[in-house]
Design a protein around this ligand. Structure first.
Ligand SMILES: O=C1O[C@H]([C@@H](O)CO)C(O)=C1O
Length: 550
């Protein structure tokens, strides 16, 4: 195993990823940031300089379990104090599993500003993947807002509530195309603000050699949108999800939710005299945002030559069945999955609702809307700093008998809390995500939930209200996939199982940036007594002020 040492400088820069100029948070001048390339078992060291002028910072290593290094999970308020402007912070962790992972800001809604990238972990020398390919490439999908992160988050925490709305564009590998002619105000029609011929917003080009097999790692870090991804004229064979091998299945559209990663195999076996569209469309929300477009360039055609065809319409946004069908198709590759424990020690049902708290619009689980404490949990628990968060844990369920998930509630008030779920070390825990109606009539949204510090088995999906007596009998205990991010579909439920064997404090939350900001998450603690000495670099905020020694 090797040590991979990176030096990153994080700052604000003017960029035009979709032709509209705005402030973007870059790493070494780039957004998406540099790809971390490593081999299983390597140690990654990222020396991160915060060169933002007035803003704190924290970076999460999404999908990396941080076994033995829970303090470097990068989750502000949960595992560390934020990195202040001018400071250099050293993240150090082991990438213990091969696969496709991500990194991104995890502080307020900072991810929206463009602070994200990918992590690719290869097998050790001499070990082979269970599928063959000639080349390995990756694309990160995103959506993009023209308003600043501060404007968006301030709107969400204002009275009256100002929703972020649909994104202005969709990005593929950091590039999109906003139609500058749709702007009307004089300042924004200035070509210095929006310029459709700016080379920064020319489409991303993936050049391929005809007659080969490509492994394409596709991941999504959208702020809000669920996406359909397709490559004109090419089927995709899904072989990996969140770092786990999938029993291969073929799709034309890959539905992908924020925080998920997939590998698909594509054969470049189409007419080699032309190029093809790679395309994303928003699904699950009614949106006027144009498709995201990139070019699959068959060598030696000119990389800038537009495909002769028009981009496709994309799937119908409100057609839920094909998305549920894809979720159900994702199973562990035969003979390669780890079997889950056949029973669990604790079942936590999490009802997802939109609520109001003191006039603020929020999201809640079991009527509790999450709020960060001033002192990160890992620090207050390890150092036994009392009174730093609500000692009363949030509930393990909701009023199953009387709650109607299909209607807008008459009284949709909730409370805020920073209480956490404390899990007995090494026990097996089931979590059932239960979807419901929002505060708008006849509306239930899709939420991708992401768990830090673990992979979980996906035991099942269902529609309607989870029936605790009968639905567990239908669980897939034979070949469930392991993932770290999973959708709960509109008016549906999703059942997960994991073993609480990674000492630390771990966030579990909706990966939609505005929803987590609005309280849609929980925090789990397990084995805090087994956590080693905390590095001094994560201390220094809230009640841990005096603990930081140079
Ligand atoms: O949090 C949200 O707020 C809006 C909408 O409910 C506001 O009316 C929406 O679609 C969300 O996902």
């Amino acid at each position: 195993a090797r040590i991979r040492h990176y030096k990153w400088d994080v700052k604000n820069e003017f960029k035009s990823p979709d032709c509209f100029k705005k402030l973007v948070i870059t790493i070494n001048g780039r957004s998406p940031g540099p790809t971390i390339l490593a081999q299983q078992g390597d140690t990654i060291i990222v020396e991160l300089k915060n060169s933002l002028i007035t803003e704190n910072l924290a970076i999460h290593w999404h999908g990396i379990r941080q076994i033995g290094s829970p303090w470097f999970d990068g989750t502000e308020g949960v595992t560390q104090c934020p990195i202040q402007p001018g400071e250099t912070f050293k993240y150090q962790f082991v990438v213990d599993r091969p696969g496709t992972y991500l990194y991104h800001a995890h502080y307020g809604m900072q991810r929206d500003a463009g602070l994200y990238g990918s992590i690719r972990v290869a097998l050790p020398d001499g070990e082979l993947e269970p599928f063959a390919y000639d080349y390995d490439r990756s694309v990160i999908l995103n959506d993009w807002y023209h308003k600043s992160t501060n404007e968006l988050s301030t709107g969400l925490s204002s009275i009256p509530f100002q929703w972020v709305g649909e994104p202005q564009s969709l990005l593929i590998q950091g590039r999109g195309k906003f139609d500058c002619s749709s702007l009307t105000s004089p300042s924004s029609t200035d070509p210095k603000v929006c310029n459709s011929s700016n080379p920064e917003c020319s489409p991303y080009v993936l050049t391929v050699i005809p007659g080969k097999t490509y492994r394409l790692r596709v991941s999504s870090l959208t702020s809000l949108s669920a996406l359909s991804f397709q490559i004109e004229g090419h089927n995709m064979t899904v072989v990996e999800a969140d770092g786990h091998y999938v029993e291969p299945f073929v799709v034309k559209n890959l539905f992908i939710y924020s925080g998920e990663t997939y590998s698909v195999l594509i054969k470049t076996d189409q007419n080699p005299t032309r190029n093809y569209w790679m395309q994303t469309n928003i699904v699950s929300r009614s949106s006027n945002t144009s498709a995201g477009l990139a070019i699959l360039n068959y060598y030696p055609n000119h990389p800038k030559r537009s495909p002769p065809s028009s981009p496709s319409e994309g799937p119908k946004w409100d057609d839920v069945d094909p998305r549920v069908a894809q979720s159900l198709s994702i199973r562990a590759r035969k003979g390669m999955g780890r079997a889950p424990p056949q029973t669990s020690d604790r079942v936590i049902v999490l009802l997802n609702t939109q609520n109001e708290v003191n006039g603020f619009r929020r999201w809640s689980v079991n009527n509790v809307s999450f709020q960060h404490p001033k002192t990160p949990y890992l620090i207050s628990l390890k150092h036994k700093l009392t009174g730093q968060f609500d000692e009363k844990p949030p509930p393990d369920g909701y009023d199953f008998a009387n709650y109607n998930i299909y209607v807008k509630q008459n009284n949709s008030n909730a409370t805020t809390s920073n209480g956490i779920y404390r899990l007995k070390f090494n026990t097996t825990v089931d979590i059932i995500l239960q979807n419901a109606n929002t505060m708008n009539p006849n509306n239930s949204e899709t939420h991708p939930w992401h768990l830090h510090g673990h992979d979980f088995w996906v035991l099942g999906y269902g529609s309607g209200k989870f029936d605790i007596d009968n639905d567990p009998k239908k669980y897939n205990l034979v070949d469930p996939i392991e993932k770290n991010t999973v959708p709960v579909h509109p008016y549906g439920w999703t059942a997960l199982r994991f073993v609480a064997n990674n000492p630390g404090t771990w966030a579990f939350h909706c990966h939609i940036e505005s929803h987590f900001y609005m309280g849609m998450g929980i925090v789990l603690e397990e084995g805090i007594e087994r956590v080693g000495k905390l590095p001094s670099s994560i201390l220094g905020c809230g009640a841990s002020k005096g603990l930081r020694v140079p």
